[in-house]
Design a protein around this ligand. Structure first.
Ligand code: ADP
Ligand code: MG
Length: 709
């Protein structure tokens, strides 16, 4: 069903609600609120309790409360502790209710307000209490004048405070929620969570859950609801994760209902290939290769995720899979997230495959005009069996002769949607063999706990490389304050003098890319001045693609001693001779990212060092993060600690990492729930097929893209 044509209540446009004209609709669209259902699922971040009047004598700093009392005396004060208002004036009203007194402080006020807030006036106000110089005070409370004998009711529900409002007033959002909630009473929104599951987990029904979350009755535990442990919230989170699980399972089912080429690789051909490598595969590499080759020997499409820590050697495993495709006379594609990585893979594959027999071709956004046309031609004719590239590979004009394997490297860089787009692309490629889809191998170095992986990659089978190649010396990590920068620079100079190569990584998060690149340029200039004996390269995100690639190439060819970089080098860059990495402002990066960066060194046989430089003062969390990195080199340990440390309440959830696009659930926080979600999804698939589509649609919306195969 087309979303636009659907007239059921929940899919009606917000413009059908009172108070929403085109201008407001435009603002709401920025919050991703387009229809009634989006209003329902735009959940409050916290709540204010305006359901009762709190005796002033019982107030504590930090508390938000409604109070009511009589102004005993008001005055305008000049200067004072914080001079913020016009001319440093503030209006102070001393309010008392018989149980105690409090100061209301206004930095901005006009003559009329001043006149209205004179002594003897009774007001009710709401605000956050804080400790003033001598007594408690509230700055700029919302207030209302109360007249003799009038009985004005307090709110009967907790007041929701919505997150990110981007110029939309809280009152408008509250008003919209109220309008929509009124309709809920009439059964306008159907509950698609099967009753057996609802009962099993003691979840409330959907209207109750939504109402409770938007307008909690005064008797709910505010603490429970703010911790997101209330059954109403649990239910919504559960339903959302369930919907994602279902969509991925359905996708898998649809793909596996298709056919793929059986690709047999004889052990002779395999042995010949690996004996041509200049190293021996680790046991772990052999094990996952066997799993992959087994999948590919079936006529059911392979859908496999290969996880392995940075430097564990995933690329060569991918090459073995590619071998199975090409010895059968077919084509394989390898997609990398950046040009730097694509080029690096291309060079490796050219080395590993005899170019007279199995031709490799590189296709990136850089190839234009004739170069591009030539490449498209050899891909379409089948003259090139191994096609390596970036997103450029998946544009419509790229046609394969017979694509039977698609490898996606560093999948976490792409997100679910791109992965799915790729699957669709892969299948449209083979005009000659309609109905057949390529085998798929997805590789990622972001090690996430198994339960998370099972959800995020619910449509994939799972293999893991759990050892590093022999002979690797663990990277020793040192943590130093920025005040020792000069020592660090000397260390770089010394290392490079002895034929080593080093990275100098400049980081700035939360600030614009422009600033980040500027920081790298400044650092490069400064280091060039101080270390004139060295060849210093620079790579950052605002350089032209060709310049970036050239900078990394020159480093790889050892023409550059020191490569100053932004975090663009985080993913995949493999220069085994580099053995020293300095990361500036390391405290600003997350654990996972630091681990990824550090993985750029320790790839050769030389003992490598990673210097994490920080600025004081270092927060307790920052200190802990750096200490973890100093103590462990295992990506899996780092990932677990990362999740532990983020914990509840931390804003930086999986939502932002693009693994799944979730509206309300935080997959990291909900980890413990995931096995139950998987079970529930299996039950729904088995016994409640009619609920599958509506649930997917409700939570993934137009992202029915997940199911579209
Ligand atoms: P990642 O898993 O991070 O993608 P790569 O595939 O880039 O790792 O491999 C890292 C480095 O280790 C490369 O230089 C690669 O050639 C090398 N390598 C891979 N497997 C082995 C092995 N079994 N023994 C020694 N070196 C290996
Ligand atoms: Mg890699």
């Amino acid at each position: 069903m087309n979303k636009d044509q659907d007239d059921s209540f929940e899919y009606r446009s917000v413009t059908t609600l009172k108070g929403v004209g085109p201008a407001v609709a435009g603002k709401l669209a920025k919050l991703d609120i387009h229809n009634v259902q989006d209003v329902l699922f735009h959940l409050p971040l916290r709540y204010e309790d305006r359901t009762r009047i709190v005796p002033i004598g019982s107030l504590r700093p930090g508390q938000q409360a409604v109070i009511e009392g009589v102004i005993e005396h008001s005055e305008v004060k000049y200067g004072g502790r914080r001079v913020r208002g016009r001319n440093g004036r503030s209006l102070l009203c001393y309010l008392s209710d018989g149980t105690g007194g409090i100061v209301l402080r206004f930095f901005h006020f006009n003559a009329r307000q001043q006149a209205n807030l004179g002594s003897g006036v009774r007001i009710r106000c709401f605000g956050e209490v804080r400790a003033g110089a001598r007594e408690l005070e509230i700055a700029h409370p919302e207030y209302r004048r109360m007249f003799e004998n009038s009985v004005t009711a307090v709110e009967d529900k907790l007041t929701p405070v919505y997150p990110k409002t981007d110029g939309v007033h809280q009152t408008l959002l509250r008003n919209l929620a109220t309008q929509v909630l009124t309709q809920l009473e009439t059964g306008a929104v159907k509950d698609w969570l099967p009753e057996s599951i609802r009962v099993q987990y003691s979840f409330p029904d959907l209207p109750t859950a939504i109402r409770t979350v938007h307008q909690p009755p005064p008797d709910v535990s505010l603490h429970q609801i703010e911790e997101r442990r209330h059954p109403a919230q649990r239910r919504l989170v559960f339903e959302e994760l369930l919907a994602h699980q279902l969509s991925l399972m359905q996708l898998r089912k649809r793909i596996q209902a298709r056919k793929a080429q059986r690709l047999l690789l004889t052990s002779d051909a395999y042995r010949k290939f690996v004996s041509g490598l200049d190293f021996e595969l680790t046991r772990s590499q052999q094990k996952v290769t066997a799993e992959i080759l087994h999948d590919m020997s079936n006529a059911t499409p392979m859908l496999r995720l290969l996880q392995g820590d940075v430097g564990s050697g995933k690329t060569v495993v991918a090459a073995c899979a590619v071998l199975a495709a090409v010895v059968n006379g077919k084509q394989a594609a390898v997609m990398a997230p950046t040009e730097i990585l694509a080029l690096q893979h291309y060079e490796n594959f050219c080395r590993w495959f005899d170019q007279d027999v199995y031709k490799c071709v590189l296709l990136t956004g850089k190839h234009k005009g004739k170069a591009r046309a030539q490449r498209l031609e050899v891909i379409a004719s089948g003259a090139a069996q191994i096609v390596i590239g970036t997103h450029a590979l998946f544009q419509d004009e790229v046609e394969f002769k017979h694509l039977v394997l698609a490898v996606v490297d560093e999948q976490h860089r792409f997100g679910v949607h791109q992965r799915l787009a790729l699957q669709q692309k892969g299948q449209r490629q083979n005009a000659r063999t309609p109905g057949e889809v390529p085998h798929q191998l997805i590789m990622t170095a972001t090690p996430i706990p198994r339960s998370l992986a099972m959800t995020v990659y619910a449509d994939l089978d799972y293999s893991a490389i759990d050892e590093l190649p022999r002979g690797r010396k663990p990277v020793s990590t040192v943590v130093v304050s920025n005040s020792r920068r000069q020592e660090v620079i000397d260390r770089v100079a010394n290392a490079c003098k002895h034929g080593e190569q080093a990275y100098w990584v400049c980081t700035l998060i939360d600030e614009s890319e422009v600033l980040q690149c500027q920081a790298a340029e400044d650092a490069a200039a400064q280091l060039t001045e101080e270390l004139h004996d060295l060849n210093i390269g620079l790579v950052h995100g605002r350089m032209k693609q060709a310049e970036k690639t050239a900078a990394v190439e020159s480093f790889r060819q050892t023409q550059t001693d020191l490569l100053v970089a932004t975090t663009v080098i985080e993913v995949g860059v493999d220069v085994p001779n580099a053995s020293l990495m300095v990361i500036e402002n390391a405290e600003r990066l997350g654990l996972a990212q630091l681990h990824q960066l550090r993985g750029r060194v320790g790839r050769g046989s030389r003992k490598s060092v990673c210097v994490l430089m920080y600025h004081v003062p270092l927060s307790a969390q920052g200190k802990q993060r750096l200490a973890i990195l100093r103590e462990t080199s295992s990506g899996f340990v780092v990932a677990e600690k990362d999740l532990e440390m983020r914990g509840p309440g931390e804003v930086l959830g999986t939502r932002q990492t693009g693994l799944l696009e979730l509206r309300i659930a935080d997959i990291v926080r909900e980890q413990a729930m995931l096995p139950e979600i998987k079970q529930a999804a299996e039950i729904v698939m088995r016994n409640h097929l009619d609920c599958v589509q509506p649930l997917i649609r409700r939570w993934l919306g137009t992202a029915e893209r997940y199911g579209a195969v």
